[in-house]
Design a protein around this ligand. Sequence first.
Ligand SMILES: Nc1ncnc2c1ncn2[C@@H]1O[C@H](COP(=O)(O)OP(=O)(O)OP(=O)(O)O)[C@@H](O)[C@H]1O
Ligand SMILES: [Mg+2]
Length: 333
Amino acid sequence: MAKLLEVNNLHTRFKVRNGYLHAVNGVSFSLDKGEMLGVVGESGCGKSVSMMSLIRLLPPAAQITEGEVLLDGEDITHASVSRVNAIRGSKVGMIFQDPMTSLNPFMKIGDQLIEGIVYHKKITKADALQQAAKYLKMVGISNAEHRLNEYPHQLSGGMRQRVMIAMALLNEPSLVIADEPTTALDVTIQAQIVELVKSLREKLNMSIIWITHDLSLLAGMVDRIMVMYGGYVVEEAVLDDIYKSPLHPYTIGLLKSIPSLKTEAGSRLPSIPGAPPNLFSQPTGCPFAPRCTYRVDRCQSEVPALTAVPGETGERPHRVACWVDMRGKGVKQ
Ligand SMILES: Nc1ncnc2c1ncn2[C@@H]1O[C@H](COP(=O)(O)OP(=O)(O)OP(=O)(O)O)[C@@H](O)[C@H]1O
Ligand SMILES: [Mg+2]
């Protein structure tokens, strides 16, 4: 399959009062055209900052210090600001967590939807509104022409999230980055949005990066999963390999904390003991070592590199950053 995105050794840090907070520490991955990747990890592990770094949508205190991002072969990391602005919105669409903070409460839905296409595609307002209505229908909003004249507060939370999706898709981007797009919604609406994105992806052949802290949400939805911890990618493999044969102790811990049909009502699910790492200093060993029950001496002194091993399903290599061979339970050389 053709590659759409290639990210090599990306580092992003924040300038804070007494030094630097190292949010992204050498993230590398790629994404094929039409592929869907899930990015998971606990709060603060660098999911949002790494994905925002891809399109340089970062606050002023952030600096990308190393690495490169290639979208369709074009280097975004070193492109001009005007070029990156053109890429955002035309080639890349974003869906954020909270539609109420992303939509302007004083602007009609139609006007907000077409702002981007009028700017990027230079089409007339009437044509753009027609296009916007088409996308509102596609995301399941009935009476779309009428909704274009309404304001965000006149829509329900689920409808506002659908408007955000329509807005992200309107320019027919080749890549959509969805950052916890369903967290603020109730479970039924959440399931509807997941189904909607799945069907739109097939229809439009987009590549999607879906960020979540909920590993169970990704089942049956994504092709591959990338697990992050402390600003590092600690594991990445196709969905079945992550669910059925996880190789990183952190991923194993995350999977154990998902309720299954066998979980007895009222019983406590195991959580991973300990706290996420301090990102002010860079670790001398594996960032997960302090919380890891499989820890060996080497884990405290050397950061394990993300290394490819054959995947169980044979579809793609399985990448893992761990000194312990979780298949054989020995220590890697
Ligand atoms: N504007 C900022 N200034 C300083 N530090 C920041 C800023 N934004 C994020 N960080 C820090 O960068 C690290 C990574 O944050 P990020 O938002 O990527 O986490 P996340 O994995 O998306 O978490 P969540 O699941 O809570 O959204 C965190 O330690 C966070 O505190
Ligand atoms: Mg986030």
